[in-house]
Write a protein that binds this ligand. Structure first.
Ligand code: SAM
Length: 257
């Protein structure tokens, strides 16, 4: 993990990843740290919005303990349906139990608390909404409190849905309109990625970013950088479904005004 002072703190990966894929482990761990109310206590409030959730839940497994109102969003109805199925307690395409157990452990709880975490998540998710980050107002009007969300989280969305860097920067500005001044955005994304395979034969183009571009785009879109961590993927973690070279984790605040 490369840390860029003074914004970044050091963290090492948990030694045992058990049955979890190392990549999902990588995703969960920083999310827990970035969302932790300790030691800074700077992430708080009622409403957390996940931008471009896809069919996945790992990005809100810790945030659901901090916020009482969580909104999931995606452009595609098929992804929103998969999320709704899990929220309704129906059999989904994916078993989230090992991930719930893993995040419980990262939070210092027993893995056996995973059912409580699942129940907590189901109880705080209030909506699964359509979103388009290329619109100046990405969500339908009136879906969030008038002051905006207290916190946004977004993982691997903006760079994979933007045709180029200006469009990525503009999407950052658009989602900022959903956040209250002073609220936090936790942005997780791919570095150096030009494509990923969305399914057999479905090659999805991605804007290849480096950390300097990420920081410049965040600044240009009205955010103040608090922390940035970069993880360079070792060769044995490259699984052949993309050409990603690293992952960035940014914690930023929306500048007031
Ligand atoms: C690479 S996936 C990331 C999903 C999830 N956040 C994760 O970490 O696995 C990108 C997601 O962006 C969604 N998406 C596509 N176009 C979008 C748009 N214009 N606005 C918001 N989300 C979009 C896709 O449906 C997809 O679920």
């Amino acid at each position: 993990m490369v840390c860029i002072p003074p914004f970044c703190y050091v963290f090492s990966l948990p030694k045992s990843v058990g049955i979890l894929s190392p990549l999902l482990c990588l995703l969960c761990y920083p999310s827990v740290l970035l969302l932790s109310p300790y030691p800074t206590g700077d992430i708080q409030g009622e409403t957390l919005v996940d931008i471009g959730s896809g069919p996945t839940l790992y990005q809100v497994l810790s945030g659901c303990e901090v916020f009482s109102h969580v909104v999931l969003t995606d452009f595609l109805d098929v992804n929103r349906q998969e999320l709704r199925r899990w929220l309704a307690g129906e059999e989904g395409d994916f078993d989230w139990a090992p991930y719930l157990q893993h995040v419980c452990q990262l939070e210092g709880r027993s893995p056996s608390a995973w059912r409580e975490k699942a129940a907590r998540l189901r109880s705080v998710v209030s909506d699964v909404l359509p979103i388009d980050v290329h619109q100046a107002s990405p969500l339908a009007e009136g879906t969030l409190p008038p002051s905006g969300a207290d916190c946004l989280v977004s993982s691997f969305c903006l760079e994979s849905v933007s045709p180029d860097l200006p469009c990525f920067t503009q999407a950052l500005r658009h989602i900022g309109s959903l956040l209250r001044p002073g609220g936090c955005l936790l942005l997780i994304g791919a570095l150096g990625e030009t494509y990923y395979m969305g399914g057999p034969g479905v090659r999805i183009p991605v804007v290849p970013l480096d950390e300097t571009q990420v920081c410049a785009s965040l600044r240009a879109s009205g955010y103040l950088l608090i922390q940035l961590c970069v993880y360079r993927l070792p060769a044995d973690m490259k699984v052949g479904v993309d050409d990603v070279t690293g992952i960035f984790y940014a914690k930023v605040k929306k500048v007031a005004g």
